[in-house]
Design a protein around this ligand. Sequence first.
Ligand code: PEP
Ligand code: MG
Length: 568
Amino acid sequence: MEKFSFHISAEGIALGKLYQVKRANIAPQGYIIPDQEKEREKKRFTEAVENLSVSLQQLAVGNQIFAAHLEILKDPALTESVFSKIEGENKNAELSLQEAQEEICSLFQGIEDDYLKGRTTDIKDVCSRIMREMTGLSDNPFDGLEKGAIVLAEDLFPSDTVQMDLGRVIGLITRYGGPTSHVGIISRSRGIPAALGIGDKYPILSHGDFVIMDALNNELIINPDESLINQYRDKASGYARKRAGVLKESGEPARTRDGKQIHVMANAGSVDEVVQAMEYGADGIGLFRSELLFMQSKDSFPGEDTQFTAYRKAIEACKGKSITIRTLDIGGDKSLPYYPVEKEDNPFLGWRGIRFCLDKKEVFKVQLRALLRASAFGRLKIMFPMVISMEELRAAKGLLEDCKQELDREGIGYDKTMETGVMIETPAAVMLAEELAGEVDFFSIGTNDLVQYTLAVDRTNRRVSHLGNAFHPAVVRSVKMIVEAAAKYQRPVSLCGELAGDTGATQILVGMGIDSLSLSFVTVPEIKQIIRKTDMNRGRELAAKIYQKATIAEVHALLEENKNKIDN
Ligand code: PEP
Ligand code: MG
């Protein structure tokens, strides 16, 4: 028996056998090529990038890590570097990619900023996936992973969390990395105890060892005796009961100190996520991104029955709670493999969201019919994305009405009281909020886009993304206008952008009059706890002060001051 301590990345207790991840050696066959093979090598690289881009696009929906991977993949600097090695140095694609990766990583390593340094993991992950695409070696290092395993690896990449069946994993140990890595975030969200970055201790462990991982007291015990195992089994079940208690409490409604219920909902893109959201106590699904279903389809738009089945499953997984499904929001940074569109200079200002749907009515109507049919199976609401005008809203509602009439004629049932809402995510929608409120049942503020369009900051452009601040006074005042417009018609306002999951923003959002928040299911319990400590009057006073501020710094200072008051 051996024992050592480690730094906890995710709490919990796990007892089980180690499964050591062994990566197939896909070290590139590097060699010099004759001139006539240069074009072929460039093509191999480009095709690999294109293939990978299709799968990353799906993963990137609502996931910032994979959105960042997509950015790395599309970054012309990577392609230029690879091409210059093929062109100028007659190196084959694999060798060129490996050298390009090393050069880019060493540039990042030299930077002081920890965040940027951390990007090297993402670059390595993306490059190794391109390499696998090129070599055709589909190594799945998790083949043979059995239920109840503690995964042991040198490093775990974000793409591993997609390949690995997390349902079988009860613990994670890595030599490198740390709590802020993607794996760290995932393990906390799934309640999987983790020791990430154990460094020198790594060689002490081997595949098949039985270990006790006490990630509450940072102790790892290797090959313990029977009595110790029994002792820790008791401890583990005690911890499991406690955790179940926290999740159960999360299942209760969240009311402010003075009694206002704030609905804490979850964002989802798949039935799996809906199921998890319910386990985490979400009050429903505030944003179901339907585009994932469209992106997963291989060679055509998903048909009405396919969509109906998928929506019905998602609705039923909500077990009586409400679910708001957003109609197809394609375009911008999301494309469909089977429907290539002409390259746009400004995709975020281009053919996306409701614009696409209103132009492709035959596609849109299939979705609306599927949604209506599914509405008979639970509490479905639908909402339209990227609206900029009354004309768009009326056209979308008109098509919905046409579909209802069709279904009536066909004798197919649907929920006749289904609510229809609109996402407020363009400055135009903010300006028209009053008129929009008169013609919809609810608003959902998409702060990711609202920030991007209000501040003219492309949300995927790393050079300017730091300017995309949701507490910019212009954004804060926009939210005020939205809430006031909705109040005139007693329409509820939800907020479903990243800001909803920012624990530092909860109190002010509640004070501003937001009725429900929709965020990653992981944060639902924490946000509910904050709401329970919130006082509406204090929140309102704070909001009133914040509306007066003209600078981001002043807004932040007020929030900071307020945070201290709440903690007390
Ligand atoms: C938003 O814009 O805030 C939003 C929730 O939608 P998405 O991130 O999918 O564009
Ligand atoms: Mg949006």
